[in-house]
Write a protein that binds this ligand. Structure first.
Ligand code: PMM
Length: 277
């Protein structure tokens, strides 16, 4: 790999929710979720991102106890198996329990906005944290997809989250940023942000990109006889984005189909190492 392009992490998505749009709700039981997580790790995931609350557009919140019931046993088992785990949560209590159970990273899609206790917890724990661009909870977020200039506005709002995190005592070296594709964003706005990864990198923090199976991908692919509304049919487009994000220097990509996305990422890195610009 050439200087400036460090190994891009592949985060395998493990949504332990009955209503996850991409998992079809089959892995609600802990054992099935643990088995799926172990499988994702075998397929080449560097990190398993475990979430217990759906954040798809329109989703309603679950309570903290239910969220913990879903994720903590799974995180404990995966961590015990030696797997690096992140917890996808907006709640400080859930994050704290997840860290106790062995999680290594906290992935807060609200960037610390949803729970005032989150940034202090991240500071105290000294853990790596993903702060995503977010404006509102899933039930209402698409009403907030209004920007003067989506790239400039998302950069400004992420910079404000960084300021808040630093003020709370989070170390700069522990912060990863994420533009939050599909969160309070139209398809057009998500594409604009993907096209602007160099601008986002200029914020000076590692970047996580989560495009996998999201609706905005459907609009640029000719699906022929297949159903473009089916998330799984968006995997080819997801893999293309994973490769392009890795080539653009992303710290990580968050994906459902780990094996092909990991291959796509490694191909991008290999080409870069051979002098690709
Ligand atoms: N997307 C979802 C959930 N968590 N976390 C980060 N950091 N970035 C994302 O883009 C993101 C996320 C929603 O997608 P899913 O329902 O397929 O997990």
């Amino acid at each position: 790999m050439s200087p400036g392009l460090s190994r891009c992490k592949v985060l395998g998505i493990l949504n332990v929710t009955p209503d996850s749009f991409s998992d079809g709700g089959w892995c609600v039981a802990s054992d099935a979720a643990i088995a799926k997580g172990l499988g994702l790790a075998r397929q080449g995931a560097d990190v398993i991102d475990v979430g217990g609350e759906s954040t798809r557009p329109g989703a309603v919140r679950v309570d903290a106890e239910e969220e913990m019931r879903r994720v903590i046993p799974v995180i404990g088992a995966l961590s015990e198996a030696g797997i690096t785990v992140s917890v996808d949560t907006m709640r400080a209590d859930v994050a704290a329990s997840a860290l106790e159970a062995g999680a290594d990273i906290v992935n807060d899609v609200s960037g610390g906005l949803a729970d005032p206790s989150m940034l202090p917890l991240l500071a105290d724990s000294g853990t790596t944290c993903v702060l995503m661009h977010w404006r509102a909870h899933a039930a209402v977020m698409q009403r907030h997809a209004v920007y003067d200039d989506v790239v400039a506005d998302v950069c400004d709002e992420l910079a404000r989250r960084v300021d808040a995190a630093l003020a709370a005592g989070v170390l700069a070296e522990n912060i990863v940023l994420d533009p939050g594709l599909g969160f309070a964003k139209t398809a057009e706005q998500s594409w604009s942000l993907l096209a602007a990864l160099p601008d986002l990198r200029r914020l000076g923090f590692p970047l996580l990109i989560g495009a996998s199976r999201k609706r905005f991908l459907a609009e640029c692919v000719d699906y022929g006889a297949r159903n473009p509304a089916s998330p799984i049919d968006r995997d080819e487009a997801s893999n293309a984005v994973a490769a392009l994000a890795a080539a653009a220097g992303a710290w990580g990509v968050r994906v459902h189909a780990v094996a092909p996305a990991a291959a796509a990422v490694r191909v991008a890195e290999r080409l870069h190492a051979d002098g690709g610009r």
